[in-house]
Design a protein around this ligand. Structure first.
Ligand code: B12
Length: 511
């Protein structure tokens, strides 16, 4: 490597072997975009890189990996669902004589496995090790692992280099305000990887980052955006004039604070993921989720609807204490409260979690390739139900909860509270609206499902009477179309999915 030449860095997010419902690819496609979001690690790492490097960012969900080009270093990020592809990419670049470094939550917990496919692994957060790693590379003394001596102070988290991403192809951009979570849910990696004391980035920096974003549709990827109330209130006040639309994750604690909810709605909050996890106290106890009671959930959902914010109820199915009735309870709760958006996952054993330690010690872990750790398949032997029962009940629940009949009933409840008559923020370009509305009208009115047609007409009437704004009706119809498309495919492919899972368990590649 010549000392004076500019060096070339490629950072890749590999395509996913299995794509989660909430990756929202279908929503992006319906809106004429290639993807819903691009992983934040790409523009963050780029921002940490010294200016002597030329940087190319590639999200393989959007574009092909440039295997034929020359780079001085290739960085690969990923989680369980795309790490296998990451290993293939690492192998290919190394075969071409290019150094490869990997990072992200999955390889941070399995560095030895990753080192079979790359030259170096960054364990944990990169802010304090990335520049030393690049210096080591240039001095030809790259180490196999880099681990930060501490959780980096939040001031070191840089403003992401979104200028290196073709954001015209992306529906929304990610923003991270804080890292870490005080709770200790047994299945979650966050408190072990990012610590239990949330670290907040300076609010001036965050506000300026948001103001300068080229896309006004955002996702806050914080595990609890509203944990520190004064910060959350200040943030809302600052982004309110920016005319953005956004979604985020929060604890149900926020729903007890109507004034904060109102600030959030006025600042452009469209939806909020709430980690309900289970409707059974035994399930919550098993998950070590002790901070809330099940009987608070219903009021939490109603509070959000009244504020004109869609709750996205996050549920985990497949606890040892779960029975078929636990699955039915989730559907009934959703119908009763009008919760259309559900983020449901089968309890998954990830490396590095407290759950993994317990289940491994009890010899109940089901060994699977990492892409099967995706929230659809059982990854442990359960006490109450067989794997096939968990899988079937999960897919049944998914299919029912996203059926047109359920969605229609839930829309009536949710929109009936009147919260969605509020003025929406953000103004997507006209062509997006036109494209979306023509597709919507065609898909709904020509549908053979009476509830799908009925939903369209219900919302149209509510829009005409002023119960909801047409923008929210259109948005809901678009989301429903995308989500049901995804779910229908999975329910239809049930036997094929099960066959692949069984083959993976036996350690054979599916034919
Ligand atoms: C936002 C998010 C999503 C979004 C992703 C949107 C997108 N495209 O970006 C959605 C909702 C789609 C999603 C889905 C899933 N997710 Co998710 N998600 C997150 C979340 C909340 C934030 C991720 C983020 O943006 N972080 C910010 C970036 C900057 O942090 P980072 O990626 O860790 O990067 C830092 C370091 O890791 C390191 N680093 C990362 N990559 C690299 C690469 C190199 C070369 C180097 C040097 C360093 C490096 O440097 C960065 C700066 O310090 C995390 C939890 C969390 N708090 O991080 C879970 C998390 C990543 N998700 C997780 C999982 C499991 C999933 C799902 C499988 C669903 C499920 N069953 O739970 C699906 C599958 C994804 C899919 N495509 O289908 C797990 C991953 C566990 C694992 N071992 O892989 C996490 C950690 C949550 C958890 N509870 O444990 N997710």
């Amino acid at each position: 490597m010549a000392a004076t030449a500019r060096r070339r860095l490629l950072i890749v997010s590999p395509r996913h072997g299995y794509r989660n419902l909430w990756a929202l690819k279908e929503v992006g496609l319906l809106m004429g975009k290639k993807v819903a979001t691009v992983p934040l690690a790409l523009p963050v790492l780029a921002a940490l890189t010294p200016s002597s490097w030329d940087i190319r960012l590639v999200d393989e969900e959007m574009e092909a990996v440039p295997f034929g080009d020359r780079f001085d270093l290739v960085g690969i990020t990923g989680i369980s669902t795309n790490v296998t592809r990451g290993y293939e990419i690492g192998d290919a670049f190394r075969a071409a004589g290019i150094r490869v470094v990997m990072g992200g939550p999955y390889v941070s917990t399995r560095p030895d496995e990753a080192l079979l496919h790359c030259d170096s692994v960054v364990i944990g957060e990169a802010e304090e090790v990335w520049v030393p790693l690049l210096a080591d590379l240039e001095a030809n003394r790259l180490q196999p692992t880099y681990r930060a001596p501490r959780l980096p102070p939040p001031e070191l988290v840089p403003v992401p280099r979104w200028d290196l991403v073709d954001t015209r192809q992306v529906l929304g951009l990610n923003v991270q305000v804080s890292r870490g979570c005080p709770h200790r849910c047994e299945f979650c990696l966050v408190h072990t990887m990012y610590g239990r004391k949330p670290r907040y980035r300076p609010i001036d920096v965050v506000a300026e980052e948001i103001r300068a974003l080229p896309v006004k549709n955002l996702s806050f990827v914080d595990d609890n955006l509203t944990a520190w109330k004064p910060y959350a209130k200040d943030l809302m006040a600052r982004i309110k004039p920016m005319d953005v639309q956004w979604s985020g994750l929060a604890s149900i604690e926020v729903t007890r604070d109507p004034s904060l909810l109102r600030d959030m709605a006025e600042a452009g909050c469209m939806s909020l993921v709430l980690g309900f996890e289970s409707l059974d106290p035994a399930g919550l106890a098993e998950a070590h989720k002790t901070q809330f009671r099940v009987d608070e959930y219903e009021a939490a959902v109603t509070a959000l609807h009244k504020a004109g914010i869609h709750p996205i109820g996050a549920f985990v199915l497949g606890f040892d204490s779960d029975t078929p009735a636990s699955f039915d309870r989730v559907r009934d709760f959703a119908l009763r409260t009008g919760s259309s958006y559900l983020m449901m996952n089968v309890l998954t054993v990830f490396d590095g979690t407290d759950l993994e330690r317990r289940i491994s010690a009890e010899d109940r872990r089901i060994p699977l390739p990492p892409e099967f750790l995706n929230g659809l398949f059982p990854t442990k032997v359960s006490e109450g139900m067989t794997e096939r029962e968990v899988f079937d009940h999960f897919l049944d629940l998914l299919g029912q909860a996203y059926s047109w009949g359920d969605l229609r009933q839930k829309a009536r409840v949710a929109f009936g509270h009147g919260g969605f008559s509020r003025k929406p923020t953000g103004s997507p370009p006209l062509w997006e609206k036109v494209r979306a509305s023509w597709r919507l009208v065609r898909a709904y009115l020509f549908s053979r499902d009476p509830d799908q047609r009925g939903l369209f007409l219900d919302l149209f009437r509510m829009g005409r009477s002023g119960t909801i704004r047409m923008e929210y009706a259109a948005h809901y119809l678009l989301m429903a179309l995308a989500l049901t498309g995804y779910v229908d495919r999975h329910v239809r492919d049930r036997e094929e999915l099960w066959r692949r899972y069984q083959a993976a368990r036996r350690g054979v590649a599916p034919s």
